[in-house]
Design a protein around this ligand. Sequence first.
Ligand code: DC
Length: 219
Amino acid sequence: MLSVAIDGPAGVGKSTVSKLVAKSLGWHCLDTGALYRAIAVACSRAKIDIKDIEQVKNLLSKIKIDVKFLDGVQHTYLNGEDVSPYLRTEEMDMLSSVTSAYREVRESIIDLQRELARKENLVVEGRDITSNVLKDSKNKFFLDASPEERAKRRYKERIDRGEKVEYKEIYDDIIERDKNDTTRKVAPLVCTKDSIKIDTTNLTINEVVEEILKNIKLD
Ligand code: DC
């Protein structure tokens, strides 16, 4: 099976770009952040102390994360319940950012990610896809943009959705998540040598998509 692996920091536009790349190829797109967020939902509901690895490990032994594509759209399941509507909140931003640093959390969903990519041609986006999950992929991309630009994009997205937010809060959140993603010991966010790095700061979404499509090898 073929894959396109796309990594990059929070707020860089990976999800939007990856979905458009997948659409253009006629493939599905796997948002791996959703899996970490589903685990975060489980932590939140169980009211565990996420700083305590024993509590997190105990919870992991009781949960099953799964993914299905329905009409081309990813649905993410926690113990059989579709938790997709609960994943994109500030609470899950922070909980998933902390819990994704645990080796046990990462290991609990690595087989699922690889299994999905074995079954069909897939665009997969996250933080460790190029460096770990799909190391052998022939199509690896790393999207980047300055923290200011990423915060500006997130701010606009939320304001457009009618939310009341402060730019400074969003900027601080991006800086904090960058720190967690790049400094964790297990599978930190890195741009691998064999990835094509795209600085998206001054590019439109379509220009980024075009750049990726231009460089994909399908043989
Ligand atoms: O992409 P996202 O913001 O939905 O990801 C949520 C969290 O999960 C983020 O803090 C980083 C983590 N993550 C990860 O560690 N590895 C991945 N492949 C995807 C996400």
